[in-house]
Write a protein that binds this ligand. Structure first.
Ligand SMILES: CC(C)(COP(=O)(O)OP(=O)(O)OC[C@H]1O[C@@H](n2cnc3c(N)ncnc32)[C@H](O)[C@@H]1OP(=O)(O)O)[C@@H](O)C(=O)NCCC(=O)NCCS
Length: 203
C-alpha cells in the first residue's frame, strides 16, 4: 500500500529535491513564490505520497492568500516523480487534498497551471482574478469548494498577512493514511495505456 502523510520539517529537503527534479530551474522566481515568501503553508494540506518502500513519489502544497480580502487557498507546487507520472498519483493527491480542504471549511482554491489537466478536478479559468506579473492569465484557475465561493470575488491576488495565517501549524507526522495505488484501486480500469508525457510547467 502507498501512504499519504502530512509534510514535516524533516521531509522538506526531499520535497525540494523532488520539485527541483520535476520543474525547470528558476521555479522560485515565479510570482506565486512571491506570495508565499514569509507566510507559513497550510500544513494540514501539504501532503506527501510514499510508495510501500517509503520512497517519496509525489508532493503537494497549499498556501493562504487573499483576493479582495477574501481568504483563498493557493495550490502548488504539485509534482509526481518522473518515473511514476501518468499513473494517477497526481490525481490521487489532488482529490485527497481537496477533500481535506473542503472538510476543513475552506471555500475556494486558486492555482496557476495547465487547464487541460486541472479541469478534470473542476478547476476553470478565473477571468476577474489577477496574479502578480509575469503570469499567463489563461493559467489562473479556480475551484469552488463551496457553491458560489468565487462569485463576486475579484481583484489582485495578495499575500495573506492575517494573524491567523501567520501562526505555523506543526503537522502530526504519524497521521498517515494507507491508500492503494490508483491502478490497483477497486474502480481502476484494467487497461494501462502508456502515459502521455507533458512538459513540466512551473506553478
Ligand atoms: C502534472 C502532474 C502533477 C500530473 O500528475 P500525474 O500523476 O502524472 O498525472 P495523473 O496520472 O494524475 O493524470 C494523468 C493524465 O493527466 C494528463 N496530464 C498530465 N499532465 C498534464 C498537463 N500538464 N496538461 C494536460 N494533461 C496532463 C495525462 O496526459 C493523463 O491523461 P489521461 O488520463 O487522459 O491519459 C505530473 O505530471 C508532474 O509532476 N509534472 C511535472 C511537474 C508539473 O508540471 N506540475 C504541475 C505544474 S502546474
Amino acid at each position: 500500500m502507498f501512504e499519504i502523510c502530512p509534510e514535516t520539517a524533516a521531509d522538506e529537503p526531499e520535497v525540494e529535491a523532488l520539485y527541483d527534479l520535476c520543474f525547470a530551474p528558476g521555479r522560485t522566481a515565479l510570482s506565486s513564490y512571491r506570495l508565499r515568501d514569509g507566510v507559513p503553508r497550510v500544513a494540514e494540506l501539504c501532503l506527501l505520497l510514499r510508495d510501500p518502500g517509503r520512497t517519496l513519489m509525489a508532493a503537494i502544497r497549499f498556501w493562504p492568500v487573499r483576493v479582495a480580502g477574501h481568504p483563498v487557498l493557493l495550490l502548488g507546487p504539485i509534482a509526481v516523480h518522473p518515473t511514476a507520472q501518468g499513473e494517477g498519483l497526481g490525481g490521487l493527491l489532488m482529490r485527497d487534498s481537496l477533500a481535506r480542504a473542503r472538510r476543513m471549511g475552506f471555500a475556494r482554491v486558486l492555482l496557476v497551471g495547465d487547464a487541460p489537466y486541472y479541469s478534470r478536478f473542476g478547476f476553470a479559468r478565473l477571468d476577474h482574478v489577477e496574479m502578480p506579473p509575469p503570469t499567463n492569465p489563461d493559467r489562473v484557475l479556480g475551484l469552488e469548494l463551496t457553491p458560489g465561493a468565487w462569485v463576486a470575488v475579484a481583484g489582485t491576488v495578495e499575500k495573506d498577512l492575517s494573524p491567523a495565517s501567520a501562526t505555523p501549524v506543526v503537522p502530526d507526522s504519524t497521521a498517515c493514511t494507507e491508500v492503494p495505488h490508483p491502478k490497483e484501486a477497486p474502480h481502476a480500469s484494467s487497461s494501462h495505456p502508456s502515459p502521455t508525457r507533458h512538459p513540466a510547467t512551473n506553478c
